[in-house]
Design a protein around this ligand. Structure first.
Ligand code: 5GP
Ligand code: MN
Length: 317
């Protein structure tokens, strides 16, 4: 059932024992919104645990309280009973084992237009919000909390990373108002920007190798980058790789294909014109009109054919 933000606030106030989670392949918005909401709820004297069922990229190590994030893959508990499971920044198909482990009604808070609210008790979806962190910022105004510098740091990180540091089309006046309030609460934008841009030497080497793989399709309207198995061994994170080809003149859709394991490839897409969320959805993924992704369970070369064909269909049709 779709609900309003006011009702989200009421549900959170009414619950005492809350589990917070977000999507696997976690990004700044998933981690930032989870940590911010957890700290907000703790300040309201709730019992809260936060689970993200994946490796956390090293760039997020400076986020306040990042160490409280647990992985359900590392617990012996057979089930966790709670009053509420809050799923952030995704629908429930991308939260890993948490879905099975936690027995609680599900409150889903998201900004992805492709979220259909399947298998949740309540969905608050605001596809106009640049980030789930923007929603949590608005939510905090409806709760008896003060935004500490630590909470603000987490929220700003999600806002900044989901908007390409306030460059993408999802950056709205409200996004910048939220960012301004977070800076007033003590956030240092330069510190967060520097930390997010930081790359390990092996990630840098992986980036150089990846850029050499660039290929153009459909008269230069599509640019692809390929993190094959050999390159995948070099890189921990491909964050930002796609942005370097997205900007080439004439490119309408950029994609990055990453080999994660045998018969398991990840696709990231960015677009200037075409709705890439529809392409992603046709392959079982999702996202936003200009940024979306999916998983293709096939060998690398086959996945390459599948994604090029799917993008071609969207371009021509
Ligand atoms: P990225 O390319 O940065 O991984 O993802 C771009 C956007 O698409 C993000 O908002 C991300 O959450 C969404 N996205 C990426 N992969 C998937 C997927 O497999 N399923 C869904 N539903 N959304 C995805
Ligand atoms: Mn997001």
């Amino acid at each position: 059932m779709k609900i309003e933000l006011k009702e989200v606030a009421e549900k959170l106030k009414a619950a005492n024992n809350i589990i917070v989670t977000a999507h696997i392949n976690p990004d700044g918005d998933a981690i930032g919104s989870s940590l911010a909401l957890t700290q907000i709820l703790k300040s309201m004297n709730k019992q809260v645990r936060v689970f993200i069922d994946d490796v956390l990229p090293p760039n997020f190590a400076i986020l306040p309280q990042i160490k409280i994030i647990e992985s359900s893959n590392e617990t012996d508990e057979k089930e966790i009973l709670a009053d509420l499971l809050v799923v952030l920044d995704t629908q429930t198909d991308r939260i890993g084992n948490v879905l099975k482990l936690v027995k609680a009604p599900i409150l889903n808070i998201d900004h992805h237009i492709t979220n259909e609210g399947n298998n949740v008790d309540w969905l608050y979806l605001n596809a106009n919000a640049a980030a789930t962190c923007e929603i949590i910022f608005e939510l905090s105004k409806l709760l008896p909390v003060t935004l500490t510098e630590e909470i603000a740091h987490c929220l700003y990180t999600g806002l900044a990373t989901d908007t390409g540091f306030f460059n993408y089309a999802n950056t709205k006046p409200n996004t910048l108002r939220a960012a301004a309030a977070l800076i007033e609460a003590g956030v240092k934008p330069n510190v967060i920007a520097e930390e997010m841009e930081r790359k390990s030497l092996s990630d840098f080497t992986g980036l150089v190798e990846t850029l050499k793989t660039v290929q153009f399709f459909y008269d230069g309207k599509v640019a692809g980058l390929f993190v094959n198995e050999a390159i995948a061994h070099l890189v921990d994170s491909t964050e930002g790789f796609i942005d370097l080809v997205r900007v080439i003149d004439g490119v309408e859709v950029a994609f990055l294909l990453t080999c994660k394991a045998e018969n398991f490839c990840r696709v990231s897409m960015r677009s200037r014109t075409v709705d890439v969320s529809a392409i992603a959805r046709s392959l079982g993924g999702g996202g936003h009109i200009r940024a979306a992704g999916c998983t293709i369970k096939a060998p690398f070369d086959e996945a390459k054919k599948i994604i090029i064909e799917a993008i071609g269909k969207a371009l021509n049709g």
